[in-house]
Design a protein around this ligand. Structure first.
Ligand code: IVH
Length: 695
């Protein structure tokens, strides 16, 4: 990772390295907690730590105050203190239709043995993450996340940075009062944050909810303070004396005490009012300044709530009525064809921009040419589009009655729109592919983007727009060029082909000494890479992270893998459990391509691919089991949990089926948890999962 031995360094160089290490490790400590976004691998972290120790041994007078060696410390994982909720933070049962809401209401009445109408408080279901704020004698003393509902994390300092949360409350305040609600990020704040991140080449958040989670669970509360977070209060936990008798009454108190409550909370006397309210909220949903994903109904009278009580994880007196996938009608202005990393031509519809559930949608994927035929989609058509969660918008159907005379059929190209090479569709394949290979600029760029992506080399600072610029200017033509960039920059020989008056990156618009240095540091940090990452990074067709891991496990070293591929036989690959004939052909063909061989050889001259040592514990309670994670995990990132499960011999699947053995549910688990329950699959809380793996 570092070019020179410590003893060869000058004092200045040592000083620089020490500063660099302190800052990288501090960043890593913070990022560790940022949702699903670790900054350094464990190996990198450890190697920085070791380098720091060596440096301080030889240059003791240069030790910094903020040196990682000076941090006495609890292991990173327990950096957030744990908080055990005095009353568990529960979740809600989900329903999706008014029939089910009716069933719920009937169930409540049956339980209470009454035929009278029951009043419900209907509240928009805010799509954020729940918090608890504890007040003692009116003073805010502790904040916590929901965690697994039993234990959460202490986020007192982070909550203090949210201006909407009162620090002191006055009036008729119980001695102990725990207020619960939702922390969220307004849509406008989310867009602004992502825009800023995009410009800085940082990874953007998928939606406001993730942005809120990533901002709140920051070890450094200063970062939370920089993000605009908001809250709505809606329920309570421990209270020394409950001075309210209904949910409506509770909201009045909240308002007096200065907590923000949602302006659309509404009392409903019967099913009809509930349905009308749901319809109204569905309509205004997209114009609300924050995301909501349904409506929560709570029995208003607390005496009745108490009689109704709880099921295992959810109250019997409340339910969440979720919105269906969001749809809207708009017009197709044009159909374009994009070329991906493996040459696949994907048709994309340019739409008349439209707001679908708070997100402006201006494109939708059309998948492939058959899809266009099957749905008879033409340019100029009015179509129903649908957005579900974070998924790319899709076209559900064409509104044929609205089709105008000048709507135009789309003729799918048989040549690549980027490089002009033939685009061929193999028999039995749905996609047409450009045959230009890496001479096709679209494929070449996409391949570099893939190479530096998060599960591959994970080079921060090489965002897709930078790659695009560097590619177009001839600075980066292929993945191997990344690791010669610094050398070429030093020699004033940046361009492999194009000539330009700019000889050094520092001279480029938007670049300076600092940013260039940072980029090189980010690249240097990745000169050592694990075998599965390296295989994945190559961008072989059909080889995702899971297959890369299979290959790494099977071969152990890249040299062995490469050597076997030189025999041009698919047989050995097919014998690996999990690799089929078509995938094997793609892998062998990849290695036969001369261009690929050259790039691999150039890469191997400059980087080290680590040997893969299989540490899987095949003798664990998870060995051979299929597990699914859902909801937000609080004590570890999803990737960590996944890695942990895999290291214990488990297969991690994305969806729940009858083959699933365990479903591990984090906060706000949705339909997967419900499905697991339906199928009678064993459900584990995050805590139970931890106990199982630590057995
Ligand atoms: S009440 C026992 N009210 O939805 C009742 N929850 O699926 C506990 N949520 O974890 C929750 N808006 O994060 C309640 N007005 C609202 C809500 C709400 C959003 C979230 C909350 C909870 C999840 C339950």
């Amino acid at each position: 990772m570092f070019e020179k031995e410590v003893k060869e360094l000058s004092e200045d160089e040592a000083k620089q390295e020490l500063a660099y290490i302190a800052s990288e490790m501090a960043k890593s400590d913070i990022a560790y907690y940022q949702n699903d976004n670790p900054y350094l691998t464990d190996a990198e972290y450890d190697s920085l730590k070791r380098r720091n120790e060596e440096l301080e041994k030889i240059f003791p007078h240069l030790r910094r105050k903020d040196s990682p060696s000076q941090k006495v410390g609890a292991p990173i994982l327990s950096a957030f203190k744990k908080v055990t909720h005095r009353f568990p933070m529960l979740s809600l049962g989900d329903v999706f239709s008014s029939e089910e809401v009716d069933d719920f209401i009937m169930g409540v009445k049956r339980f209470l043995n009454t035929s009278k109408d029951i009043t419900f408080m209907a509240e928009p279901k805010i799509d954020g993450l729940s918090f608890s704020a504890r007040y003692e004698n009116g003073r805010f003393v502790q904040g916590a996340t929901r965690g697994d509902g039993i234990t959460g994390e202490d986020i007192t300092e982070n909550l203090k940075t949210i201006r909407q949360l009162p620090q002191y409350i006055e009036g008729n305040v119980p001695e102990i009062l725990e207020i619960r609600g939702e922390v969220y990020m307004a849509k406008s704040d989310f867009f602004a944050l992502n825009k800023k991140y995009q410009q800085e080449g940082k990874k953007t958040f998928a939606n406001p909810r993730n942005a809120a989670a990533g901002s709140l669970r920051q070890l450094d509360a200063k970062i939370t303070a920089e993000r605009n977070l908001s809250i709505f209060a809606y329920t309570w936990g421990e209270v020394s004396e409950r001075v309210w008798t209904s949910q409506e009454d509770f909201f009045k108190h909240l308002q007096e005490w200065g907590f923000p409550i949602n302006p659309h909370n509404k009392l409903c006397q019967n099913l009809q009012e509930i349905e009308e309210n749901f319809a109204k909220l569905s309509e205004i949903r997209s114009s609300l300044p924050y995301d909501i994903d349904g409506v929560v109904y709570k029995v208003n009278d607390i005496a009745l709530q108490e009689r109704l009580g709880f099921l295992t994880r959810t109250p019997r007196w409340a339910i969440a009525h979720k919105f269906p996938a969001e749809q809207a009608v708009t017009k197709i202005n044009n159909i374009r064809v994009q070329v991906g990393r493996t040459g696949a031509l994907t048709p994309v519809a340019d739409l008349e921009p439209i707001n679908v559930g708070g997100v402006i949608v201006s494109h939708a994927t059309l998948h492939n040419e058959d899809e266009i035929k099957r749905k008879d989609i033409r340019i100029g058509d009015s179509v129903i589009i649908q957005r579900a969660g974070d998924v790319i918008p899709q076209i559900v159907s064409v509104i044929k009655e609205k089709r105008s005379q000048d709507s135009k059929e789309f003729i799918f190209p048989t040549t690549c729109p980027i490089c002009g090479a033939h685009a061929i569709r193999e028999e039995d394949e749905a996609v047409r592919r450009c045959t230009g290979g890496l001479t096709c600029p679209a494929q070449a760029k996409e391949r570099i983007i893939h190479f530096v992506s998060r599960d591959a080399f994970d080079i921060t600072g090489l965002g897709s727009s930078i790659i695009e610029d560097f590619y177009n200017d001839g600075i980066l033509k292929n993945p191997a060029d990344i690791f010669s960039l610094e050398e070429r920059n030093q020699e004033g020989d940046l361009f492999s082909q194009q000539k330009s008056s700019v000889l050094h990156l520092e001279q480029r618009e938007g670049w300076g000494k600092k940013s260039v240095e940072k980029l090189f540091q980010a690249i240097t940090l990745k000169k050592k890479i694990s075998l599965p990452r390296f295989i994945y990074a190559l961008g072989i067709r059909q080889v995702g992270t899971a297959t890369a891991l299979l290959l790494a496990r099977h071969y152990g070293t890249f040299a062995k893998f490469k050597q076997e591929m030189e025999n041009k036989e698919t047989g050995p690959l097919v014998s690996i459990d999990g690799i089929g004939a078509s995938m094997a052909t793609d892998i062998v063909e990849f290695f036969q391509e001369q261009h690929n061989q050259e790039i691999i050889n150039r890469l191997l001259e400059r980087i080290t691919v680590e040997e893969y040592i299989d540490t899987t514990n095949y003798d664990s309670p998870l060995s051979g089991k299929t597990v699914v994670f859902t909801g937000t995990l609080e004590q570890m990132t999803r990737s960590e949990a996944k890695a942990k499960a895999q290291s214990m011999g488990a297969k991690v699947a994305g969806s729940v089926s009858s083959k699933t053995d365990y479903v591990i549910i984090g906060a706000d688990a949705g339909s997967k948890a419900a499905k697991a329950q339906e199928l009678g699959i064993k459900i584990l809380s995050e805590q139970e999962f931890l106990e199982l793996i630590n057995k």
